[in-house]
Write a protein that binds this ligand. Sequence first.
Ligand code: B12
Ligand code: SF4
Length: 471
Amino acid sequence: MLTKLWPFSEKQVRSSDIVWLDLGDLGDLVNPNGPHEQWQDHGLGLLRTILHQNGILTDLLSTRAVTSWEQLRKQLDGYRMLIMNVRSYTFPVAYRSAQIFKDVNPEGLVLTGGMHATVALDEMTAIPEFDRICQGPGENVIVDLVSNPDSFPRVFIGMGAKSMAEWPSIDRTVWPQPASRHLKRSFNWPLEPECGWGPSPVATILTSRVCPWQCVFCNENSYIPNMGRRPVDMVIEELNYLDETFGPIGSVVIHDSMFFQNPRWLEEWIDKYPRKANKIWPYWAAGRADTVRQWPDLFEALIRETNWDTISIGFESGSDRVLRILNKECTEEDNFFAIDLVNRIGDEMEAEGRKAPVFWSNIMLGIPGETHEDAFKTMRMLKRMRRVMPSIAFYAPYPGSALGNQLIAEGKSLMTKDNYHRFPDDEKVKDIDYQFYRDLLAGKYDDEINRGISASTVETEASYMDALTKA
Ligand code: B12
Ligand code: SF4
């Protein structure tokens, strides 16, 4: 395996003529913009683990560990094969890397897969440097592909496991290391840095793969095949192993798009996690307001008994009109129910001397069709939350989602193949009055927002500009 030296050193120890290139913005593992940029790619981790377990060693490089394309060029020189997991937001970095790779290794082969291949195949096939493009899951195809790429057509459909129970635990030492002395000291790799959701170091983990809902800005179940959830015992065993081997773990992030689904699994989690985990680590995980309303007891038990401490809810909007545009299938009432429940549980836990749970509240602004009054209602909803980390972003029309595809087709998306990796406050859709939203977040309309809501609800007077989050 490649022993990565400091990013400013050109020396590499090579053990293979195949290289997996981890993707992200240049320098994110040297001098990152924020903690999320340092988090690790489970797709890369899973597939590299499978390759290594099957005797196919790969070296690792990362665009995040270099600070210039020139550095990357030198590092890529001499490899026979380049492999990449391409998501929409890493597509620009991926195709530039492939061009550099071919420049220095004209006979080399570039193998790609990942979300962008599934949702925007035309953009992938337009890059001549991509020699193979795998759509969909890759766990049951990666070994054959890397061993015998000639037996595959340029574009092909991958093969996934039926259940996450079939996935090996990721060997996390296949992940890239922090690439500066300062970062190396800040957390114990291959655990991950904290981002304010819980104490460092963080173990990120997946227990489920696909969210079954159909929100039009996301609807990942239209492009990710469904698969069985990882058994509770395997999740706990993996966390205990990580704790004993690399820990102690400070907190856990459950990366599932939708953790709060499948009540039977959740009941087993409530039963086993407190008993079998080395520690009841506090964790971040995602839910929906309507199912909180549907299963309030289950939700409360998860908070109280398993330390579900940072509750990510995709509230998105405080207006029924907009929630309908988004096909969120949640109502204002559902949102208020979830907010009031978490406020109440938080008050009680604090009275018991325990730490209260906090919302990680996902909010979208600048949704096509949203009126000023809709946006005011969203801000009012946010103010109803007593303990909240607001995660606000201007709506982004990602390919693959129904609304994203529609806006792209209508020529209204401002996201292009060169700038998919957008920041939360970038302008992403034509004809949206972004100045209004910037003023809104800066507090210019606070009087209007506060009018009509009770004084006790108005918890926050602060500007929400800092709440524009890329996660
Ligand atoms: C965890 C996660 C994150 C994490 C960590 C990201 C990271 N470093 O990996 C965080 C919180 C940081 C994050 C952030 C964002 N994310 Co995110 N994230 C996810 C999530 C929930 C899981 C990803 C994952 O690990 N999947 C499991 C692995 C195993 O799957 P995989 O990587 O796709 O790999 C499989 C296949 O693609 C294939 N494959 C991959 N590579 C290759 C290569 C070859 C050769 C082959 C054959 C096959 C193959 O095989 C693998 C195994 O089946 C997904 C949703 C999802 N369900 O996947 C969204 C998702 C990837 N994120 C998404 C988005 C939009 C974002 C943000 C832009 C959101 C924002 N607020 O703006 C940010 C951008 C971050 C950035 N750096 O700029 C979108 C991407 C849409 C797209 N078209 O690409 C997704 C799909 C969510 C959604 N439904 O919209 N994200
Ligand atoms: S936005 Fe959330 S609830 Fe809707 S489909 Fe995506 S992950 Fe599921």
